[in-house]
Write a protein that binds this ligand. Structure first.
Ligand code: FAD
Length: 627
């Protein structure tokens, strides 16, 4: 029996932008809300977001509108996005930015006092509302102030281990009944009973060696959802941001914002060549400058000049850098040069990119106003995640909602920069509303009661690493396992993939899962990071298997998923999302047809977007998918 139990209408797991916005909305709809987060309030990943949030506000370019933003998002995602999510996002993002301003966010301004918007890759117009290169910090500060003002209950340094479920009389299956967690500081357990839970736990990048993600990104939300019976979608699509730091080794992977390129920075190889002109794909050729003169003119003349190729979507730029390094034209530390020093004056660089200036000065002893930066691809974002309904963010498990990076659908196979911060507030709000509305339908005795057996089972499972250490024998160290998993994901499920490598990855992940059954931890339960990691590993390994399984099944290259053995796009795969569920404990993949886009939206594309597939065209689950 758990010593500590709380009861709420809605429990939001995660205090990043998505979680905070969901909690505010659920509270405003009259629900009793708790926010539970693994780290301290204000420390979520969202704080690290630099460049800005995308919204077609037309402050800098009056020509901009939601339709152009929708089209850019779909094209960036290579048309695999859930079109309705892309539409809602493009339509509602401006309101969410103005709302943040109303709540106290201090955005940079245009000379005539409007919210300033900056250029980012894949966006037709300057569209990112920003606060220097510290936009995420301002977003969190603003939402957090509101959460505090509304006196919402926040449970910090509290890690959710399991979604609790109970029988659902409405469906005959299971529904959410709460969450089970442990306090990081004391190691004691705590239970939150609630008919609605919103997962807003962020991404999965900590399973790769070179990553811009922090220790928190272990895929907990995705694994919690999967284990409770919900489905994941598009897990093969992991974004490798083209520009992470490559030197010194201790900071490898830390992000270098796309804002550097948006503000005029260019990529060069060791021969001094602006190589992105050699990598302009056909689909973007009409919108991309093909001479340096035109590309440079674009910064001041967007009417007659086309965009520089450095601002192509991230997947294109990351692959180009990868190819240059492989061809022997990379820097001594395995990257390429990103040069803004020779293109903008020192005062502008320090004013526009203050965090980048300090980051390089302090971590790499490089003055970016005088020298180029060395950069290379870094694991950054997962487009896939928990499958949700576009309108309410409801998952396939009644009572469970998901928003932000842990949810799937908006970004398709590749996310455009700036579309995450707007995603968080647009769909965080909808998830909060959906969760509150669902909870409101369950009065008194209709509320689900968590299953005590699940609580007892999870408690016992969580304490196993200590028992193994006490018993001695053949045990595994959690840090070694994490390091081995990162090596597998980096080398076999990285930026370029092959069938042979993915098959090998699945075999190695399976071995790692067996080794994880022997993970042991010394010491006690008070603030024991080794124990925390041992518990996180369960999520990391399960999610890693989902990524490799979906990547093996998608025999084409699209967006963030590049197969060396299937380098082109395939029209059959253009029409399906891969959906993953757990069946009898095993990862099971199916292909589901994309929803049909209405004609008023297909007509925005030139050539028009392909029609939805007849069901018979959708490939059956591939023979290798379940391996
Ligand atoms: P997060 O902000 O990561 O919050 C996750 C929350 O879940 C945290 O509070 C964490 O403690 C909690 N949590 C996780 N697991 C558990 C658990 N088991 N139990 C309890 N709590 C848990 N996007 C843009 O649009 N524009 C940008 O300029 C931009 N720049 C970026 C720069 C960097 C360096 C990085 C890494 C990302 C950037 N992104 C940007 C992406 C964007 O910041 C993230 O996708 C977004 O912030 C994710 O927000 P979230 O609310 O989904 O999750």
């Amino acid at each position: 029996m758990t010593a500590e139990t709380h009861s709420y209408d809605v429990v939001v797991v995660g205090a990043g932008g998505a979680g905070l916005r969901a909690a505010i909305e659920a509270h405003e709809q009259g629900a009793r809300v708790a926010i539970v987060c693994k780290s301290l309030l204000g420390k979520a990943h969202t704080v690290m977001a630099e460049g800005g949030m995308a919204a077609a506000m037309a402050n800098v370019w009056p020509e901009d509108n939601w339709r152009v933003h929708f089209r850019d998002t779909m094209r960036g995602g290579k048309m695999l996005n859930q079109w309705r999510m892309a539409q809602i996002h493009a339509q509602e993002a401006p309101d969410r930015v103005w709302e943040l301003e109303e709540w106290g966010a201090v955005f940079d301004r245009t000379p005539d006092g409007k919210i300033l918007q900056r250029d980012f890759g894949g966006h037709r117009y300057a569209r990112l509302a920003h606060v220097g290169d510290r936009t995420g910090l301002e977003l969190i500060r603003t939402l957090q102030n509101r959460v505090v003002a509304k006196k919402l209950d926040v449970f910090m340094e509290c890690t959710v281990q399991r979604l609790l479920t109970a029988p659902d009389p409405a469906t005959g299956g299971e529904r959410v009944a709460g969450v089970f967690a442990y306090w990081r500081e004391t190691g004691t357990f705590v239970r939150f009973d609630a008919p609605s839970v919103v997962l807003a736990t962020g991404g999965i990048g900590k399973s790769w060696q070179v990553t811009s993600n922090s220790w928190e990104y272990t895929g907990d939300g995705q694994a919690l959802a999967l284990r409770a019976g919900a489905a994941l979608m598009d897990m093969e699509f992991v974004q490798f941001h083209p520009t992470g730091m490559v030197w010194p080794p201790s900071v490898r992977g830390i992000l270098v914002t796309e804002g550097v390129r948006g503000d005029g920075g260019v990529l060069r190889n060791t021969e001094g060549r602006r190589f992105m002109f050699d990598y302009i794909p056909e689909v973007f050729a009409a919108d991309t400058a093909d001479t340096e003169e035109e590309a440079d003119r674009w910064y001041t003349d967007k009417k007659t000049a086309r965009r520089p190729p450095e601002l192509l979507p991230r997947d294109e730029v990351a692959r180009a850098i990868n190819s240059e390094v492989k061809a022997g034209r990379g820097t001594p530390h395995g990257g390429v040069f990103l040069d803004i020093a020779s293109r903008r004056d020192a005062e502008t660089i320090r004013r526009r990119l203050p965090s980048m200036y300090h980051q390089f000065k302090e971590l790499a002893d490089v003055d970016i106003t005088k020298e180029p930066m060395e950069v290379g691809p870094t694991c950054h974002y997962v487009m896939g995640g928990i499958k949700v309904d576009p309108e309410s963010q409801a998952t396939t498990l009644p009572g469970l909602y998901a928003a932000g990076e842990c949810a799937a659908g908006l970004h398709g196979s590749n996310r455009l920069g700036g579309n995450s911060l707007s995603d968080l507030v647009v769909f965080g709000r909808r998830a909060g509303a959906g969760a509150a509305a669902y909870a409101a339908t369950l009065a008194g005795t209709e509320r689900p009661v968590p299953d005590e057996a699940q609580v007892a089972e999870t408690t016992a499972q969580a304490l196993l690493p200590f028992e193994r250490a006490a018993a001695g024998g053949d045990t595994e160290n959690p840090y070694q396992l994490q390091s081995d998993l990162q090596a597998v994901m980096q080398s076999l499920v990285g930026i370029i993939r092959t069938e042979h490598e993915l098959t090998q990855a699945l075999k190695e992940i399976s071995e790692l899962r067996q080794r994880a059954e022997r993970v042991a931890v010394e010491g006690h339960r008070q603030y024991n990071p080794g124990w925390h990691l041992a518990l996180d590993l369960r999520s990391m390994l399960l999610v890693a298997e989902c990524v490799a399984t979906a990547a093996l099944a998608r025999r084409e290259s699209r967006g963030g998923h590049t197969r060396d053995d299937y380098p082109g796009t395939d029209p059959v795969f253009a029409r399906i999302n891969h959906v993953v569920r757990l069946r009898d404990g095993a990862v099971d993949l199916t292909a589901e047809p994309l929803p049909e886009m209405p004609p008023e939206l297909t007509s925005l594309f030139d050539p028009p977007a392909p029609a939805a597939p007849p069901a018979s065209d959708v490939p059956p689950q591939s023979a290798d998918a379940g391996q």
